[in-house]
Design a protein. Structure first.
Length: 135
C-alpha cells in the first residue's frame, strides 16, 4: 500500500526535528530515496542518498554544539509538501539562526525523491515567530 504524502511529510518533519540536534545523519539519510535529489539551494544540488549524506556531513561539521530545530506541520498539495523550519545552531563564530522552507516530493514508499530547500541565515539567536511548529 502506497504511503500517503501527508504521512511521509510528517515523518520527514519529525525525523529532522529529532535528528538534527543529535547530528544523526543515518536517520535523515534514511528518508531519502537512493536516487532522490536534495537541493541545499537552487545552486547546490546533492544527488542521491550518498549526496544527502555528504551535505549533512559538511553542514554538521560546522556546528560546535547541539542545534535547536523546530518544524511546522507540513502543507500538502497532491504528491508534494512544503515544511517550514526554524533552527539555531552553534558555530565557532557564534550562534546562527536559520529560517527556511523545504519543498518535498515523495515516491510511493514515502521516500524523498526531491527536496528543494530555501533558507535565510542570520547571525545571533533570534526567537522563532509564533507559528504551528512541532518539535
Amino acid at each position: 500500500m502506497p504511503v500517503q504524502t501527508a504521512e511521509a511529510a510528517q515523518r520527514w518533519a519529525r525525523t529532522w526535528a529529532a535528528a538534527w540536534p543529535l547530528r544523526d545523519i543515518d536517520a535523515i539519510a534514511a528518508l531519502q530515496s537512493e536516487d532522490g535529489d536534495h537541493w541545499a539551494s537552487l545552486f547546490r544540488p546533492y544527488r542521491g542518498r550518498a549526496g544527502l549524506r555528504r551535505y549533512l556531513e559538511e553542514s554538521f561539521a560546522e556546528e560546535t554544539g547541539p542545534a535547536e530545530a523546530w518544524f511546522a506541520e507540513p502543507v500538502v498539495d497532491g504528491a508534494s509538501a512544503s515544511v517550514e523550519y526554524w533552527a539555531v545552531i552553534c558555530t565557532e563564530a557564534g550562534p546562527l539562526t536559520i529560517s527556511g522552507c523545504t519543498v518535498l516530493a515523495f515516491d510511493s514508499a514515502g521516500l524523498v525523491t526531491l527536496a528543494r530547500d530555501y533558507s535565510s541565515v542570520q547571525r545571533g539567536r533570534l526567537e522563532r515567530p509564533a507559528m504551528a511548529f512541532t518539535r
